[in-house]
Design a protein around this ligand. Sequence first.
Ligand code: NAD
Length: 338
Amino acid sequence: MTRRKFAVLGAGNMGTAMAHALAGNGHEVAVWDFFPEVIQDIRRHRVNRRFLPGIRLHAGVRAMTDADECVAGAALVIVCVPSAFVASTLAPVVPALEKDAVLLNVAKGFAPGTKEPLVFRLKRLAPDHDCVHLAGPAIANELARGVPTSVVLASSDPRAARRVAEWFTGPSFIPSTSTDVMGAALGGILKNVYAILLGCLEKLGGDARNLEAAALTASVHEMAAIAGAQGGQPATLYGIAGLGDLIATGFSRDSHNRKFGQLLASGKSVAQLEKQLGWLPEGVRATAVVCALARAQRVPAPLAGWVRRVLGGTPPSLDHLLRALRASARTAHLSTSD
Ligand SMILES: NC(=O)c1ccc[n+]([C@@H]2O[C@H](COP(=O)([O-])OP(=O)(O)OC[C@H]3O[C@@H](n4cnc5c(N)ncnc54)[C@H](O)[C@@H]3O)[C@@H](O)[C@H]2O)c1
């Protein structure tokens, strides 16, 4: 395989893990971060102690203080910052991109203030470049430890997706490609909402696989219905970019959204948790947008509605959650007998 140069903008938990894994494929990977001390730390210690402690980074990872230098010569530029910072991170480096550089969006969220998944925003910021979206269950800490990870590379141009899939092929990744950009992008956003629900359920329902299986399955039905109404293919949501990602996020100890759900169910309010943790998981903002999308398309979404009410201050109770699950079961029954 030809050794290529890649760039990662955002050496957070995921950006650092991806750089490490892609360097393991034999590529040279330059990383840049908003916080100069993160770059200094990687240079001095070969470890990103703030965002990926305990992992000695592959020799092929180079930490850069200048974002333009980071993207210079890169065939692939990976944008790996939280949704709120994607535009402010990418826009200034667009003039420095190589003419044929492919952009890869890793952020799982809507562009701030819109109902549009971020990958579409990327395309508008850099219209001359192919844009690919990364979906699927890819928990950074596991990827960094070398756990083989399935990713879906989605692009309206199948050649761009295949090119990126080739670069990803190696010990850490099991890549596949898709042209269903909307479905793949919504899978990664929607699962955060339902991971909050699964986190709550773990506290409210106790040791209850029957109930977890019911909630997981109903969540995927709801995800497929919402994504389908937005122009995504429901089948994408029943695959690794939807169901697969929800299983990882809804049940992983590393998942911020699941953990947040557990804490909500233990009686803490969103405001208390934000103060205590210093962050809100991406599913919190996504829930309001997802419910608005469902309402606008007249898609019944009782489970997302339950999460929205809990985030809004209604005390989470198993009774209310069961009511939402029963409503969801009625909806599934109606749609299959129509
Ligand atoms: N962590 C995961 O397991 C995982 C998996 C898949 C996708 N993602 C996606 O990757 C993206 C990054 O998530 P993460 O978990 O690596 O985040 P993180 O919390 O570990 O890192 C935060 C990142 O944001 C950057 N940042 C903070 N303030 C900034 C600012 N004002 N301007 C620009 N950058 C700023 C930091 O420098 C750092 O790179 C998210 O969109 C997330 O959805 C994460």
